[in-house]
Design a protein around this ligand. Structure first.
Ligand SMILES: Nc1ncnc2c1ncn2[C@@H]1O[C@H](COP(=O)(O)O)[C@@H](O)[C@H]1O
Ligand SMILES: O=P(O)(O)OC[C@H]1O[C@H](OP(=O)(O)OP(=O)(O)O)[C@H](O)[C@@H]1O
Ligand SMILES: [Mg+2]
Ligand SMILES: [Mg+2]
Length: 340
């Protein structure tokens, strides 16, 4: 494992495929293409599989519309399109839909939308009258564009899987985060869910982290993007608290949570999350000294200005690469996460 602190990249949960597998891969017409959202991650995934990224032209017309052309024959191929729906969210979503449509029309045998970060996931239900369930709308768009399957990582809520009437494989960043935490040999850990939606995730995390105890924060939102922490359920006094979340957006949930954990006597606070959205003022909040370390993955590309001393970025490329291989080979994906 080689994770860099205060910098980008990385660590692996599984080892590269043996050469014999790579040879089979080439024969069986597995193709990987990247959208523009996270080319570095797609390159790592392709390297894990021992394949180059497929050639593709993507440009913008004078009027702002997008143009995509796959630049090799993919007739009869199993095509994987890697595109997290991160900022600029609408552009990246549209680009994904256009890529899927292009592959479908180029007679690919199977098109899989690999969506490491699923944008609009937090609009997963109506929380007030006359709202859209945009996470469902996005699923409709992906299906309608012609995707045969979806590979997603750490969806904000489990029900999003059911928004797709095509097969969806749901994988997790937790093994990568846990491998890294274990290498630190932390003692007296309590795993903390920062809100009610994170409880199942944190419980699974705690189980894999030597059956660590669990605490839960009671978070409310009176307004969009404003997190208010009311209470901690569970004992955190004198312990190393590990907050586990899916998304860090403005950082309000984790910083308010960490403040409460400190007030309740936690000795130190670590934060772990899969998706580093990092909207302002996340960086100021996360680097303010509340956290011993903030550990995220590279589902979303990290901008240089987003680095700070306590930040560690781990790679999920091997998890995605291994999952793609298993989907392609029709072998079990769930067995990769058997302890969750
Ligand atoms: N992208 C979003 N950023 C911030 N808040 C969002 C986003 N999409 C939907 N929301 C709102 O978040 C809450 C979710 O309710 P919870 O009970 O906290 O899960 C809701 O008000 C959405 O409109
Ligand atoms: O960094 P922030 O701007 O605070 O946003 C990130 C938080 O928002 C989401 O939770 P949500 O409010 O949807 O609650 P839930 O997990 O209970 O659904 C997400 O799961 C994070 O906890
Ligand atoms: Mg939510
Ligand atoms: Mg949450």
């Amino acid at each position: 494992m080689n994770a860099l602190r205060g910098s980008a990249v990385i660590c692996s949960a599984t080892s590269p495929l043996p050469t014999s597998h790579r040879e089979v891969t080439e024969k069986s017409r597995l193709r990987i293409f990247s959208g523009s959202a996270n080319v570095a991650l797609a390159e790592e995934v392709a390297a894990y599989l021992g394949l180059p990224l497929g050639p593709m032209v993507r440009k913008r017309f004078a009027d702002g519309e997008l143009y995509v052309q796959i630049q090799e024959s993919i007739r009869g191929c199993d095509v994987y399109l890697i595109q997290p729906v991160c900022r600029p969210v609408n552009d990246h979503l549209m680009e994904l839909l256009i890529m899927v449509d292009a592959c479908r029309r180029a007679s690919a045998r199977q098109v899989t939308a690999v969506i490491p970060y699923y944008g609009y996931a937090r609009a997963d239900r109506k929380t007030a009258g006359r709202e859209s369930i945009t996470a469902k709308l996005v699923a409709n768009l992906v299906v309608k564009s012609g995707a045969d399957r979806v590979l997603a990582m750490d969806l904000h809520s489990a029900q999003i899987q059911g928004y797709f009437d095509i097969p969806l494989d749901h994988v997790f960043g937790a093994p990568v985060l846990i491998d890294y935490l274990e290498s630190k040999n932390l003692s007296d850990i309590v795993v903390v869910s920062p809100d009610v939606g994170g409880v199942a995730r944190a419980r699974a995390f705690a189980k894999r982290l030597n059956d660590a105890p669990l605490a839960i924060i009671d978070k409310r939102r009176q307004m969009h993007n404003v997190a208010e922490v009311l209470n901690v359920i569970g004992d955190v006094k004198g312990k190393t608290a590990v907050l586990v979340d899916d998304i860090i957006d403005t950082g309000g949930t984790l910083t308010e949570g960490a403040r409460m954990l400190r007030r309740e006597g936690a000795r130190q606070v670590y934060a772990c999350a899969t998706h580093a959205v990092f909207s302002p003022p996340a960086i100021e909040r996360l680097s303010s000294g509340l956290f011993e370390e903030v550990i995220v993955t590279n589902t979303i590309p990290m901008m240089d200005r987003h680095h700070f001393d306590q930040l560690t970025v781990l790679s999920v490329a091997n998890v995605l690469g291994e999952t793609i291989w298993r989907i392609h080979e029709d072998t079990s994906v769930s067995s990769m996460f058997i302890n969750d």
